[in-house]
Ligand binder design. Structure first.
Ligand code: SF4
Ligand code: SF4
Ligand code: SF4
Length: 362
C-alpha cells in the first residue's frame, strides 16, 4: 500500500483539485468561530476558501457540540443531488453507508477523505482543561494526539503536553472503537508514526480515482520510506489492540451488570442525543413530539430510541458525548452492535451491499 507524506498546503491543493477536476462541486469544509476549537461545518465551492480549513487529526467538526460531517450531510441533503467531497472520521463514513441504504444520499455523489484517527477529546473535557491551565485557545496553531499524550503547538512554536489520564482522555466511545479507518474512503489521512511536533500528514489512496489524483498531483517524491510505513502500521495496530482489550472488558462488565439500565431514570428527554445522531433521519421525530405533548414518558422515549436506531447505530458516540446527564448510551449501542454482528453477521456502516437488518427478516 502506497502512503505519502504531505503538508497542509498539499492537502489544500488536493481539495482544490477535487473542485477543478469536477470530482466534487462542493467541499464540506469548516469555519473557525472564535478559535480552532469551535469549528462549524460549511460547504464551499471556492478553492481559495479551502486554505482556511483548520485541518487536524482532532478537528473536522469534532469540537462543535452536535456537528459532525455525516450529520451535516444528512441534514443538508446536499449529497442527494450534488457531488460533495467530505472529510470525516471512520464513524462518519459508516453513518453515510447507512444513510445510503436509507436513501438519504446518493453514494456516487460522495468523494470521501477519511481520518485515520485515535479518537477525539470531548469538548467539555477540553474546555475544563483550557480553563484550569489558563490556555488561550486563540494562540494554538495545531494539536496532536498520541497514544499517551495530547500535545498543543502554539504560534511561537512552543509545545504544551498533557498525559492522558482518567480525567483527561478521548471520548469513552472512542476508547472502545476498533474501526478507526474505513475501507470505503477514497483517501485515508493520518499522523501515526510522525514526530509529535510534525505539522505533516500521511495520506493513503484507497481507490483507483485517488491513485489517479496522486499521479496528477505528482506526489511520487512524497512517498514515505518503508521504515516510516512500518511505524505507521505498527502504531495503527497498537491503537486498535488497546481499544479491543478495553472494549471486551467494558462490554462484558456492562452486559453482565443487572443494574445496567438504572440510568434510564436520569433521562430528561431533552432530545440532544437525537439531534446529534447521524443516522436518525426522520424529518420529524415522533418520539420528541410525543414527549413534548406529554403522551410519552421519558423512559419510554429512551427505550424506544434504542429499538429505533439500535440496528443502524455506527458507534460514533455523539449521543453520549453530548448527553447533559452523562448517560452511558455508548455502552448500550456498542453492546447492541456487537451482539448484532456476532449473532447476525450485521454491523451497521461496514458494507453497502448488506440489507438493512430489520428488513432482512427470514
Ligand atoms: S468512534 Fe472511532 S472512528 Fe469515530 S471518532 Fe471515535 S475513534 Fe474515530
Ligand atoms: S439520553 Fe441524554 S441526551 Fe438523550 S434525551 Fe436523555 S438526557 Fe437528553
Ligand atoms: S445512536 Fe449514538 S452512537 Fe449510534 S450513531 Fe447515533 S449518535 Fe452515534
Amino acid at each position: 500500500m502506497m502512503r505519502y507524506k504531505i503538508t497542509k498546503t498539499d492537502f489544500t491543493m488536493l481539495l482544490s483539485h477535487l473542485l477543478t477536476e469536477k470530482y466534487a462541486t462542493e467541499v464540506l469544509s469548516g469555519t473557525e468561530k472564535r478559535n480552532r476549537f469551535a469549528v462549524v461545518p460549511e460547504f464551499t465551492s471556492d478553492p481559495e476558501a479551502l486554505a482556511n480549513f483548520p485541518l487536524s487529526q482532532l478537528l473536522t467538526y469534532g469540537y462543535t457540540r452536535q456537528d459532525s460531517a455525516s450529520n451535516t450531510i444528512l441534514h443538508s441533503k446536499k449529497a442527494l443531488d450534488t457531488k460533495v467531497a467530505v472529510i470525516g472520521r471512520a464513524c462518519d463514513i459508516r453513518a453515510m453507508v447507512e444513510l445510503d441504504k436509507k436513501l438519504q444520499l446518493e453514494w456516487d455523489n460522495l468523494f470521501l477523505i477519511g481520518l485515520h484517527d485515535m479518537g477525539y477529546i470531548p469538548n467539555k473535557t477540553l474546555k475544563k482543561w483550557f480553563k484550569a491551565e489558563a490556555i488561550d485557545e486563540t494562540t494554538v496553531v495545531s494539536e496532536r494526539l498520541t497514544q499517551t499524550e495530547f500535545i498543543l503547538k502554539f504560534a511561537d512554536g512552543t509545545l504544551k503536553k498533557e498525559l492522558l489520564s482518567d480525567s483527561f482522555n478521548i471520548a469513552s466511545n472512542c476508547s472502545r472503537c476498533v474501526e478507526k479507518s474505513h475501507p470505503l474512503a477514497d483517501f485515508l489521512l493520518g499522523t501515526y508514526g510522525l514526530p509529535e511536533d510534525s505539522d505533516e500528514f500521511i495520506i493513503t489512496p484507497q481507490s483507483p480515482r485517488a491513485e489517479k489524483i496522486v499521479k496528477a498531483l505528482q506526489w511520487d517524491s512524497k512517498q514515505i520510506e518503508s521504515k516510516l510505513a512500518e511505524k505507521y502500521d505498527a502504531v495503527a495496530t497498537a491503537v486498535i489492540d488497546k481499544c479491543a482489550i478495553k472494549r471486551e472488558a467494558d462490554l462484558e462488565a456492562f452486559m453482565t451488570n443487572e443494574d445496567r439500565f438504572s440510568f434510564l431514570i436520569k433521562c430528561t428527554a431533552c432530545g440532544i442525543c437525537v439531534n446529534s445522531c447521524p443516522v436518525c433521519f426522520c424529518a420529524v421525530c415522533s418520539l420528541k413530539a410525543q414527549v413534548k405533548a406529554k403522551t410519552m414518558d421519558k423512559m419510554t422515549f429512551l427505550t424506544t430510541r434504542f429499538t429505533h436506531v439500535g440496528d443502524t447505530c455506527v458507534e460514533c458516540g455523539r449521543c453520549t458525548t453530548n448527553c447533559p446527564q452523562n448517560i452511558p448510551l455508548d455502552l448500550v449501542f456498542q453492546s447492541l452492535r456487537q451482539t448484532f454482528k456476532k449473532k447476525r453477521g450485521y454491523a451497521a456502516g461496514e458494507d453497502r451491499s448488506q440489507t438493512v437488518m430489520h428488513l432482512d427478516v427470514k
